[in-house]
Write a protein that binds this ligand. Structure first.
Ligand SMILES: Nc1ncnc2c1ncn2[C@@H]1O[C@H](COP(=O)(O)OP(=O)(O)O)[C@@H](O)[C@H]1O
Ligand SMILES: [Mg+2]
Length: 109
């Protein structure tokens, strides 16, 4: 089966600092992946690069066989950032309902 997310030769630099150095990875469908590493090792940069929020210095990402960045695929992606991701005025359930509604998901019971 085709990989839902394919990362090929991904490199990201900030100034002279190489954060991601030619990373390649084929994600498998139906698996939960846990990315582990010390603070500052590049986990967030990797995720942002996959979802198209970070410009690559080299390499490519395909999601469902569409080369990223591409607006077409955004509706099929869910990404929750570590910080500033939730509205503090809303409860956890209300946050879920709001972000779900953006994707056309109906209210929870
Ligand atoms: N926008 C940016 N500009 C410059 N340096 C950055 C930027 N984002 C992250 N970095 C640097 O890249 C490295 C990896 O950061 P990050 O991906 O946030 O690591 P992690 O999520 O694993 O803690 C760190 O040294 C961080 O300071
Ligand atoms: Mg991080």
């Amino acid at each position: 089966m085709t990989s839902p997310i394919t990362v090929k030769g991904m490199s990201v630099k900030f100034g002279d600092k190489i954060i991601l150095d030619r990373l390649s990875y084929d994600f498998e469908s139906g698996k939960i992946i846990c990315l582990i590493g010390p603070s500052g090792s590049g986990k967030s940069t990797f995720i942002k690069s996959i979802v198209g929020m970070q410009k690559l210095d080299s390499g490519s990402v395909e999601i469902l066989e569409v080369k990223i960045p591409d607006r077409k695929i955004l509706g099929q992606l869910g990404y929750m950032a570590q910080e500033d991701a939730l509205f503090k005025e809303l409860t956890g359930k209300q946050n879920l309902e709001f972000f779900g509604s953006l994707q056309g998901i109906k209210k929870m019971n």
